[in-house]
Design a protein around this ligand. Structure first.
Ligand SMILES: [Zn+2]
Length: 84
């Protein structure tokens, strides 16, 4: 299980169980039906974006195993915003 972030929910990482290999079907921008197997990070990204299309965010309780703040990101961000 990997930690996953989302640009919509800044500073947050969530442990989510994802399939590492998928067979997918979709239409590309030219309207051609594509069927292929995807795996690894491409598979995780596909599921993440498909969740968005279905209105599901990584923090939704049915998906999230553990929600945590990205402490290193927060330190970096606030360290760079001292002059604001
Ligand atoms: Zn996202």
């Amino acid at each position: 299980m990997n930690e996953e972030g989302c640009v919509t929910i800044e500073d947050t990482l969530v442990e989510i169980q994802r399939f590492l290999k998928l067979k997918v079907k979709y239409y590309n921008l030219d309207g051609k039906l594509i069927e292929k197997e995807i795996k690894g990070s491409e598979s995780v990204c596909f599921q993440h974006e498909l969740d968005h299309l279905n209105g599901v965010m990584i923090t939704d309780s049915c998906r999230a195993q553990k929600i945590s703040k990205n402490i290193e990101f927060l330190k970096w961000k606030h360290g760079n915003n001292d002059d604001e």
